[in-house]
Design a binder for this molecule. Sequence first.
Ligand code: PGA
Length: 244
Amino acid sequence: MKKNIVVGNWKMNNLKQEALAFVETVNRQLKGVESLEFGICVPSVYIDSLSKDGILNIGAQNMHFEEKGAFTGEISAEMLKDVNAKYVIIGHSERREIFGESDEVVNLKLKKALKANLVPIVCCGETLEEYKENKTKSILKSQIEKAFKDIKSLENIVVAYEPIWAIGTGLSASSDDANEMCKYIRQILSEKYGDAKQTVIQYGGSVKPNNISEYLSKSDIDGALVGGASLTSEDFISLINNAK
Ligand code: PGA
């Protein structure tokens, strides 16, 4: 049976001691929680020391689409797998906007993440301007079609709908609007793959301990991708307790 998946994204935050203490506290306090899956995507330098046995899964926030070679500063999917990363976030809007990542690059990364047996969390979502111009659905359709080009199966893939105007702003999409978009993404995927009922589709954008259960109560939202409210163990534990 499909479980909800809640994943934190630390972005470029927390030092090693904070990271170690976070993982220790979360593993201890959430031990035995089985009704949902949860994890945290940390800066890659910490993955190896954090991915110990415990209930908390560890993931990466980015990867390169080549397997190896002269790509100074980059990290491959296989390297992430080698240090026991479970997830990798692909195509986060900050990567797209600040680092110029295109839909084509997202597609190449998705293929390599699957090949390395990572669980890719593929992000999509519209800007404020596109939202105001009522273009959300056409943007989602285009991003999803390009990201999934030549991808044979939905197995192991998580999708995150993250309206860019809701990320880190304290503004969040209403649960009904978020659900409508997650449903739409599922429809696009169903048209391509026949069925997308088992695919986990997360909502992300200012998800907090006090609103997570509202999102998860909706028919087509199967989890959350959480930035700011995943940085401390206290907030993260409240998130998971309220999501159970
Ligand atoms: P936020 O970030 O929860 O701080 O809005 C979400 C994200 O970037 O995935």
